[in-house]
Design a protein around this ligand. Structure first.
Ligand code: FRU
Length: 486
């Protein structure tokens, strides 16, 4: 693993020429995705500023241009007419002011009137590397680039630790006010959310208080990337708690969970209807953010980072890593989220591939197991069926267990290579999206999902499945342009 100095990680990008060779090199990788958003060079992590504005979907990702390392972060911009076909737009926000001198960290977007506004964390560090997180704003300019406000909206509070970031802005129709949710850590190192309020988007912000999430007063050491949305009358609070292990999640200390309940803006209280649930049960899913301006009260669109903060991936050797997940539609049913792949994705199907035990590098696989029986589906096996990413369903406990120890390329072994995906209903169907370096399972029409990075080698493009299961495989056309735009 390459060791990076602080100077190397935090180098400022002055010209695209500085990374054009890197782009040429990584474009040749067999692991470059074909229908998932991925970093133009270097590393992509959290999705940011996800919104639909005047018919165009805008998405940004946390981007470190230099390699597979978390260093100086930019917002890199991609856009889409349909959430499926994406093109590179270049740098959205660059860390070029005093307030964000060491990174434009995560944040969100909101449309108001005809305008599109962005809220992000300016990660300032002084010469002693002491961090001051500022909440900053920008507005989409006529040239299609975000234009920053000269001054931050507010700075950090000194009655919390330095971890105060990732503004999620929302509008509350009931009192005509805007709110910003900030992921935070208390001085005694508990994860929480701070709430700011204002009647205007770009001025007048004041601290309203700390969000009281009933029953979650001591749940992890920092809540990154909070997101709140109302779907069909239920409030859904999504966040990424850190510095804690959770049952059934092996050694991982980074998670992405959701609560369904009621948000009361008068008392700043979120009352969950039930316990937390995992947004995704896979090895690599984090910092998910929903789009604003979806225009449908019964649905949200969510996108997550296929990756975890402290993990390392095999493409690190090639000087890049990370990918966005497939956008997913969220609905609420029976007090739970249903998550389905973005509608219209079927348009990428390039004909059915024979279900003959070989696996195309980019495909959709639909599997219907026989009812009420144990079941196995092993992807990326060798020709003799050995190895691979092995999914076993135990009908008695209604649990799928996914084991990645059989893959040739193993990684993040210490975090855990076997995870369970418990179901509430018997396994009926699996819809699996396979791209060159990721695998996403959507189970039982969206009851549960399992997302992971996977880096198959040439001999591993095979699968085995329990007899009697119906299997369909569709090759998928590429839909994400990988042009060098900086
Ligand atoms: C989550 C996170 C955010 C932060 C960003 C920096 O992965 O740590 O809290 O804003 O990444 O890249």
């Amino acid at each position: 693993m390459r060791q990076w100095t602080t100077e190397e990680r935090y180098r400022v990008l002055h010209s695209p020429d500085e990374i054009s060779d890197l782009y040429d090199k990584i474009s040749k990788s067999v692991y470059r995705q074909t229908y998932h958003v991925q970093p133009v060079t270097g590393l992509s992590s959290d999705p940011n500023g996800f919104t639909c504005h005047k018919g165009t979907w805008h998405l940004f990702y946390q981007w470190c241009p230099w390699g597979a390392v978390h260093g100086l972060k930019y917002w890199y911009h991609v856009s889409s007419p349909d959430l499926i076909n994406w093109k590179n737009e270049g740098v959205g926000l660059a860390p070029d002011t005093f307030y964000d001198n060491k990174g434009c960290h995560s944040g969100s977007a909101i449309c108001a009137g005809d305008d599109l506004y962005f809220f992000y964390t300016g990660n300032h560090r002084d010469e002693n590397w002491v961090r001051t997180p500022y909440t900053c704003a920008a507005k989409l300019g006529k040239d299609g680039k975000p234009e920053k406000l000269p001054e931050p909206l507010f700075g950090p509070r000194d009655d919390y630790s330095e971890h105060q970031r990732d503004p999620k802005v929302v509008y509350n129709e009931k009192n005509n006010k805007y709110y910003i949710f900030i992921g935070a850590q208390t001085l005694d190192k508990k994860g929480t959310v701070q709430i700011y309020q204002s009647e205007n988007l770009l001025s007048g912000w004041s601290f309203a208080g700390q969000l009281n999430v009933v029953g979650f007063e001591d749940f992890g050491g920092m809540w990154e990337c909070p997101y709140i949305v109302n779907i069909s009358g239920s409030d859904v609070l999504i966040f990424s708690p850190q510095y804690t292990k959770l049952p059934g999640r092996s050694e991982s200390t980074n998670h992405n969970v959701y609560l369904i309940g009621k948000m009361d803006y008068d008392t700043l209280t979120f009352t969950p209807e039930s316990g937390y649930r995992h947004l995704d049960y896979g090895f690599d899913f984090y910092a998910a953010q929903g789009a604003s301006n979806v225009g449908d009260p019964d649905k949200a669109i969510l996108i997550g980072w296929i990756g975890l903060p402290d993990n390392h991936y095999p493409t690190e050797e090639e000087d890049w890593e990370g990918s966005m997940g497939l956008p997913r539609e969220l609905r609420v049913k029976d007090g739970k989220l249903l998550q389905t792949p973005v509608s219209g994705i079927e348009a990428l199907r390039a004909g059915q591939a024979p279900a003959d035990g070989t696996l195309p590098a980019a495909c959709e696989m639909i599997v219907e197991p026989a009812a009420d029986a144990d079941f196995d589906l092993n992807l990326y096996t060798k020709a003799d069926g050995s190895g691979g990413l092995r999914l076993h369903y135990d009908a008695a406990s209604k649990t799928c267990t996914v084991d990645k120890t059989g893959l040739n390329k193993r990684f993040n072994m210490a975090v855990g290579e076997v995870l369970d995906m418990p179901l509430e209903n018997p396994l009926r169907n699996l819809r699996i999206f396979i791209d060159r370096s990721s695998t996403e399972y959507f189970v039982n029409d969206g009851e549960a999902t399992f997302t992971s990075h996977t880096y198959p080698e040439a001999e591993e493009f095979h699968y085995t499945v329990t007899d009697g299961a119906a299997v369909k495989i569709y090759k998928l056309n590429p839909s994400v342009k990988d042009d060098f735009v900086v």
